[in-house]
Design a protein around this ligand. Structure first.
Ligand SMILES: [Zn+2]
Length: 343
């Protein structure tokens, strides 16, 4: 997809500063450190039970131990690698979700939306691949460098605005971090509720599930779950601001109002939960606030420009706009917005 050719003379959406990366790096370091003792225990157990069989295959003591060690620590190793290069993440995710390739009309809708976005600002990190999930509800998500879009979104008028938000996740560490955290854990196969209702699991099955839960890993992710959820809630606001920088703040707020607000429910003790999204009403509020996401430096710049504007254009004093409507979709006239909309 050629997204850069139309945007060379237009302002790029602001990239995140290095300072924003501190919290996730600490959380990930603690998460993986918590995983280490359990990975070591897995190694000890696997060495006890599997060493003779492995040795029979590889015919070398060192190679057998290396193989067992690698498999025991595989979740941690592949999580770290995912941060640099989430190789195969898109393929795996697509299969896991039952995704499919887009039809001709879907491809056209997607390309039109991305081309439209590229006229508003340089798309720094477009997805390396994307797929469709057959779901009538509009929805999208990213994992690694891959984008998932529902069939419902591809025929929805808010497609471009939602993609602007998802590009915000791709523009930062979010997509790769999602992939890394998923890869710490070996996913449990999906259970069939109808089968389980007919044949309830007995004691042996439950014990086996506990053993497998331990072997799959992810204890660090679970222990830090509420901390991660809190961090992810903050990331939604940042992805929203990215959509706003691309000029789709108002439109994405409309989308949230239409499709998200109705389903929002109170979350008791949210800081103890795994709730990864903030209240929709607050997201809409920040998307429509012309000063949300504006840095201190930008505010100073607005103030500095104010006298020059008054000099250049004396008309506003004689005919002030009584209720200027902020339009985040346009390149802002910051000083005018600041003073016209003090709230
Ligand atoms: Zn999001």
């Amino acid at each position: 997809m050629s997204t850069n050719s139309t945007s060379q003379t237009l302002p790029a959406a602001r990239r995140e500063s290095v300072g924003d990366h501190g919290t996730w790096a600490i959380l990930l370091a603690v998460t993986l450190t918590l995983e280490l003792p359990f990975a070591w225990l897995r190694y000890k157990i696997a060495r006890f039970f599997c060493y003779p069989v492995t040795l029979a295959f590889v015919h070398s003591r060192g190679a057998a131990l290396f193989l067992i060690f690698g498999l025991s620590f595989f979740g941690i190793i592949r999580a770290v690698i995912s941060l640099a290069a989430p190789v195969g993440a898109g393929w795996w995710w697509r299969n896991q979700e039952g995704g499919r390739e887009p039809s001709g009309p879907e491809q056209v809708s997607y390309t039109d939306a991305i081309t439209e976005l590229a006229t508003h600002g340089e798309i720094v990190h477009p997805p390396t691949g994307w797929f469709v999930v057959d779901d009538a509800q509009p929805g999208a998500a990213v994992c690694g460098d891959t984008l998932m879009v529902t069939r419902g979104l591809l025929v929805n008028p808010y497609l471009t605005a939602v993609l602007a938000h998802e590009l915000g996740h791709l523009n930062s560490i979010d997509g790769r971090l999602t992939c890394a955290l998923n890869r710490v854990i070996f996913k449990e196969p999906r259970r069939d509720p109808e089968f389980e209702a007919k044949y309830p699991p007995n004691g042996v099955t439950l014990f086996w599930r506990f053993v497998m839960w331990f072997l799959r890993g992810g204890i660090g992710v679970k222990l830090l779950g509420p901390s991660w959820a809190s961090w992810w809630r903050g990331r939604e606001y940042i992805a929203d601001q990215y959509a706003k920088q691309l000029g789709y703040g108002e439109e994405f707020a409309d989308y949230l109002e239409e499709y998200g607000l109705f389903y929002d429910r109170p979350v008791p003790f949210v800081w103890l939960t795994l709730q990864t999204h903030p209240p929709v009403e607050l997201r809409i509020d920040r998307l429509r606030d012309p000063l949300a996401g504006v840095t201190r430096e930008e505010l100073d710049e607005m103030e500095a420009q104010l006298p020059q504007r008054r000099e250049a254009n004396p008309e506003p004093e004689a005919e002030p706009d009584p209720a200027p409507e902020p339009d985040p979709g346009e390149t802002p006239e910051p000083a005018a917005e600041w003073h016209g909309n003090p709230s």
